[in-house]
Ligand binder design. Structure first.
Ligand code: IPM
Ligand code: MG
Length: 377
């Protein structure tokens, strides 16, 4: 039987439509090669759509809910007040669709230059799992005496045992399918209330996963260890805000935002998961063909892993890694190929079955298919 999946495509703003266009070309190739199908529905969303209609996530939510997965380009434009799309769309989707785990691989691909001198791909192959629905991102707080010298601002961080448990349990399972090491990253010496709850959950769940070695690193120390000794880490689990910050550091280490990617996973199957490159909409280079579609195509690989198409996922990732290694620069006119040429080359490698699978040594993608929330079960 041919498997078929419904996929909502949200190209968004700026370079989003270009990079998503390339990802869809690669998806066509993967479908032909691996014999599955997707039913795609494209939806308008983002800054331009908001400026025209005033619509944010709310208007789309019910249409998206019935889909198997969401492939997301990028969102943002200088004409929209900062915060509106971030909170009204991105955070709304993560929270309402319970996309509890934000999975962000930090991998240095062969041939991609890292700013960390002497770092090699073998030493940099980890996954950061960021709690994606709680913490400081719930947007709770209050201000009194605003605009006066006596102004007081209180910003709250919400941490529930259930919310922590689901993401920590997922991280243990992910580690089981990899090098079997889980590191909690927090600031337990200062944020004692939240830190204690996180540590307690990790300690309790560790009993269920005796094969997994557990480690702890403070978030400030993480900024030191991550660039200098990334080989220390396999799976890192952390809260929403710390995860936001250290995954940007991770992206820098692996060669820049252009190659970094992420999955926003719903772990219960109650709503679709969302897959996106980490980069923004880069309006200054939109339409020039200078954007590198690799981040978006690698997010497609994560989506395929999540849908249970592990072989296709691996081929897409391998083809992307292979082409990344051939590019003289990661973006801009110096990239040597346009956005669509990079996409076409990756699609060709997938279609011909010539992607070098040894470029994707770990089982992140296959593991994703076996984890809670996967549509492949
Ligand atoms: C990210 C981004 C978002 C975040 C913004 C755009 C809301 O920085 O996905 O890391 O802070 O989570
Ligand atoms: Mg961020």
């Amino acid at each position: 039987m041919t498997h078929s999946y419904s996929v909502a495509v949200l190209p968004g703003d700026g370079i989003g439509p270009e990079v998503v266009g390339s990802a869809l070309e690669v998806l066509d190739a993967a479908e032909q090669r691996f014999g599955f199908r997707t039913e795609r529905s494209e939806f308008e969303a983002g800054a331009q759509h908001y400026l025209r209609t005033g619509e944010l996530f709310d208007e789309l939510a019910e249409k998206l809910r019935s889909q198997d997965a969401i492939l997301f380009g990028s969102m943002g434009d200088p004409h929209v007040t900062p915060g509106i799309l971030e909170r009204g769309f991105i955070l709304e989707m993560r929270q309402r669709f319970e996309q509890a785990a934000n999975v962000r691989p930090v991998r240095l691909y062969p041939g991609v230059p890292s700013p960390i001198t002497g770092l090699t791909p073998e030493r940099c192959e980890l996954v950061i799992v960021r709690e994606n629905t709680e913490g400081a991102y719930v947007g709770r707080g209050s201000t009194v005496h605003a605009g006066t010298p006596n102004a007081v601002a209180m910003q709250e961080s919400l941490n529930t045992r259930a919310g922590i448990e689901r993401v920590v349990d997922f991280s243990f399972r992910l580690a089981l399918g990899r090098r079997r090491k889980l590191t909690l990253c927090h600031k337990t010496n200062i944020l004692v209330a939240a830190g204690q709850l996180w540590q307690e959950v990790v300690n309790d769940l560790a009993r269920l996963y005796p094969e997994v070695e557990v480690d702890y690193v403070h978030v400030d120390a993480m900024c030191f260890h991550l660039p200098l000794t990334p080989e220390r880490f396999d799976v890192v689990v952390t809260d929403n805000l710390f995860g936001d910050i250290i995954t940007d550091l991770g992206a820098v280490i692996q060669g820049g935002l252009g190659v970094a990617t992420s999955a926003n996973l719903n772990l219960s199957g109650s709503a679709p998961s969302m897959f996106e490159a980490i980069h923004g909409s880069a309006p200054d280079i939109a339409g020039k063909g200078w954007a590198n579609p690799s981040g978006a195509i690698l997010s497609l690989a994560l989506m395929l892993g999540h849908l249970g198409e592990g072989d296709a996922a691996r081929a897409v990732e391998a083809a992307t890694v292979q082409v990344l290694g051939e590019l003289p620069a990661l973006a801009g006119a110096e990239m040597g190929m346009s956005t669509s040429e990079v996409g076409a080359r990756i699609a060709e490698l997938v279609a011909s079955g010539q992607a070098d699978l040894s470029l994707v040594p770990d089982s992140l993608l296959a593991t994703l298919a076996s984890l809670p929330g996967s549509r492949g079960q």
